[in-house]
Design a protein around this ligand. Structure first.
Ligand code: GUN
Length: 293
């Protein structure tokens, strides 16, 4: 069994980006600039956005964090996005989800200029991704593809089981894994809350992507010997021994599943850091594309 070390793989991507940014700046071009919008005080969102901003600094990107109170109107948020759309210095715009219930996530996503949509959530980018055209691909599935690539995992002809059908992870993941690319060329089954015989399906999986958001859901009796298991889950569970009062748990019962696997991602230190590396790559690409216009 080999651990897929997302922290290490993400670091090597960040090291490469850092050199590329230095080269851009050396050529008299501007550094990439990511603008992140955070609404409210959701603890998990605060942590993710802080990591994104910190990672920007590590690779030499400029970042702007715009914070709004929970009560901000949808109109004000949309106006702010428009301002960022029109700001030539901004290459990437990210609105951290989830948003408060009174704001339409769909409206927000649709307002972001697709050319600055480094989260890859805009329908224009999703459509292009489905067609296999160049696009911004959502950071979590893109990060998983980069991790499979980093470890040179052979995915061709393999049966991938994707558990979860969210727009952010499950759906785009299923498209990418089935694409005629490397990694890719998998036969993909998407499973969800209404799936019958989930255990039997998982047992057929050469690759399992667990992205349903339920701690320890994937048990050892659901996984075949030699499988590749990618754990997207990050559920906070109470842990009085931790300073924060919680620890992170994946969707996979790591302790019992890991001995059966050829490869498995840990939580934390697996998919999470790769998601950030993927977001940085998208932001760099957005900036670089402008330089060629
Ligand atoms: N919330 C959970 N994952 C993501 C993500 O990748 N991007 C944004 N903007 N919000 C999220």
């Amino acid at each position: 069994m080999q651990i897929l070390d997302g922290k290490k793989a993400a670091q090597s991507i960040k090291d490469e980006l850092k050199l590329e940014v230095a080269q851009l700046v050396n050529d008299g071009k501007k550094a990439p600039h990511l603008a992140a919008i955070l609404v409210g005080t959701n603890g998990a969102s605060e942590t993710y956005v802080a990591s994104k901003v910190k990672s920007c600094a590590e690779v030499g990107f400029k970042s702007t964090l715009i914070r709004f109170e929970e009560e901000i109107s949808e109109m004000k948020l949309l106006d702010t996005i428009e301002e960022l759309n029109n700001d030539p210095d901004v290459d990437g715009i990210l609105v951290q989800l989830p948003l408060p219930a009174h704001i339409s996530e769909e409206e927000v996503i649709n307002t972001i200029d697709p050319e600055k949509d480094v989260d890859g959530f805009h329908p224009a980018n999703v459509g292009k991704m489905v067609q296999g055209l160049p696009s911004f691909v959502a950071a979590t599935p893109y990060g998983i593809m980069l991790l499979l690539q980093h470890y040179k995992i052979d995915t061709k002809g393999k049966h991938a089981i994707v558990i979860g059908r969210s727009n952010i992870v499950g759906r785009p993941m299923s498209i990418l894994l089935s694409s005629n690319t490397n990694p890719g060329n998998c036969t993909v089954t998407i499973c969800h809350s209404q799936t019958k015989n989930l255990r039997e399906l998982c047992l057929q999986g050469d690759i399992i992507i667990a992205a349903l958001g339920r701690a320890d859901f994937v048990r050892a009796d659901m996984v075949k010997e030699g499988a590749v298991v990618i754990d997207v889950g990050i559920t906070r569970v109470e842990d009085a021994s931790k300073k924060s009062g919680f620890r992170l748990k994946g969707d996979v019962d790591f302790e019992n599943v890991a001995p059966k696997c050829a490869y498995i991602t840990p939580v934390p230190g697996g998919v999470g850091p790769m998601t950030i590396a993927a977001l940085l790559k998208n932001t760099f690409r957005s900036c670089a594309m402008k330089n060629y216009e």
